[in-house]
Design a protein around this ligand. Structure first.
Ligand code: NAD
Length: 261
């Protein structure tokens, strides 16, 4: 894992209760950022907070009890305006500022296009595209005032090249790429950078449901011959939030073991 210093920076990670989001929250915490972790399941959120604290504890050699107040969980459905506004307000009241926003919450509802129900389309667009919009709109206000901020959106190679059965998902992720490029242009004058990461196949609950023979076939199409790990994505997030990336904005970084190149 990369190591940078993020002491006193406040980072929001949506979808931080498991998979890639949890990996990102752990990596940021290990670099001493304060973490506001957003999820939808109270039990999972509590478990995630314990894991994030444990990671931070082993990275910086302090007991979890010493920095309990620096890692906080929030229940919020990112596709609901009122919930997002209320949650961001609570985070601001609690931590006083927002330096980093990672929009990682995402869902799939894979169905062939002809059979896709309206709600399968709306749910995926709601979480994967409306969610980052609502979170970015709310968080960019305090970031504008502070004249600094880092926003990272987790999109997908499905948004770049499409994928059968994922018309809703690939549209949401392609939309997120357009959103990233425009937000980067709009917010640059306030010293806020906006970048995106497009993962390929990463080992999480989202890909655990794929049948084993399909996984074998997919690996044959990945030059590095493996699925990625949440840490592979977290390392790129650390780069984007580092001081060394202050001139990098509007970029889409593909991390897929060489699959789509
Ligand atoms: P995951 O299913 O393991 O985790 C998804 C997270 O999003 C969970 O924490 C869940 O609680 C949260 N979430 C879902 N709906 C939400 C809502 N309405 N409001 C708030 N939080 C909500 O998924 P993952 O594999 O870790 O994927 C994380 C992100 O990376 C997603 O945006 C996904 O599209 C993207 N991605 C994943 C892969 C992969 O191979 N796993 C590949 C490309 C992109």
């Amino acid at each position: 894992m990369l190591k940078i210093k993020l002491c006193d920076r406040v980072a929001i990670v949506t979808g931080g209760t498991r998979g890639i989001g949890l990996g990102i929250a752990k990596a940021l915490a290990a670099c001493e950022a304060k973490i506001a972790c957003i999820g939808t399941n109270p039990e999972k959120l509590e478990q995630a907070i314990a894991m994030i604290c444990a990671e931070r504890s082993s990275a910086i050699g302090r007991l979890p009890a010493e920095f309990k107040e620096e890692v906080e969980g929030y229940i919020c459905n990112v596709s609901v305006t009122e919930e997002v506004e209320r949650t961001v307000e609570s985070i601001l009241t609690r931590f006083g500022k927002i330096d980093i926003l990672v929009n990682c919450a995402g869902i799939t509802r894979d169905v062939p296009l002809g059979a896709m129900k309206d709600e399968e389309w709306d749910d995926v667009i709601g979480v994967n595209l409306r969610g980052p919009f609502l979170m970015t709109r709310a968080c960019s206000k305090p970031m504008r005032r502070a004249k600094q901020g880092r926003i990272i959106n987790i999109t997908s190679i499905s948004g770049l090249i499409g994928n059968k059965g994922q018309a809703n998902y690939s549209a949401s992720k392609a939309g997120l790429i357009g959103f990233t490029r425009t937000a980067a242009k709009e917010l640059a004058s306030k010293n806020i950078t906006v970048n995106a990461i497009a993962p390929g196949f990463i080992e999480t609950d989202m890909t655990a449901v794929l049948p084993e023979p399909l996984k074998v076939e997919i690996k044959k199409r990945i030059p590095l011959a493996r699925f990625g790990l949440p840490e592979d994505i977290a390392n790129a997030v650390l780069y984007f939030v580092s001081d060394e990336a202050s001139f990098v904005t509007g970029q889409i970084l593909t991390i897929d073991g060489g699959m789509i190149r």
